[in-house]
Design a protein around this ligand. Structure first.
Ligand code: THU
Length: 129
């Protein structure tokens, strides 16, 4: 069921710009209309300007006017599956809400979390009232 989305994430990973960490990440974000937006991590010599694969996928979708999402896949070659970093969790919560995150590594290990598990007690627009 997640096969196509994972496949898209693996394909995106091939484009990772990870000269500094050597850690290539691929992501594939599925919109509720079925469209898939992919991303890879993009690093920079200043290090701090690095953008994660998840955020590249989200920025691509948002900049195309897409606002409703179903799930995201994240893939790496790490020994254990890779969960999204803290800043990506905040961005995923903001724009995607409580979607499932499907993570897979090259050994075929797979984990699925929902965003409320990865970012409990999240700060969001409800806290601005
Ligand atoms: N990275 C991602 O792209 N997504 C994650 O979920 C974890 C980390 C990237 C950032 C950096 O380019 C490299 O992986 C090592 O941290």
């Amino acid at each position: 069921m997640s096969g196509g989305l994972l496949e898209a994430a693996w394909k995106a990973r091939q484009h990772a710009c990870c000269a500094y960490s050597g850690f290539a990440v691929g992501a594939a974000l599925e919109a509720t209309d079925g469209r898939v937006f992919t991303g890879c991590n993009i690093e920079n010599a200043t290090y701090g300007l690095t953008v994660c694969a998840e955020r590249v996928a989200i920025w691509k979708a948002l900049s195309e006017g897409v606002r409703a999402f179903r799930r995201i896949a994240v893939v790496t070659h790490a020994a254990t599956v890779t969960p999204p970093c803290g800043p990506c969790r905040q961005i995923l919560w903001e724009f995607c809400g409580d979607i499932p995150v499907i993570a897979e590594n090259a050994q075929g290990d797979r984990k699925i979390w929902h965003m409320h598990q990865l970012l409990p007690e999240a700060f969001d627009r409800a806290n601005l009232k």
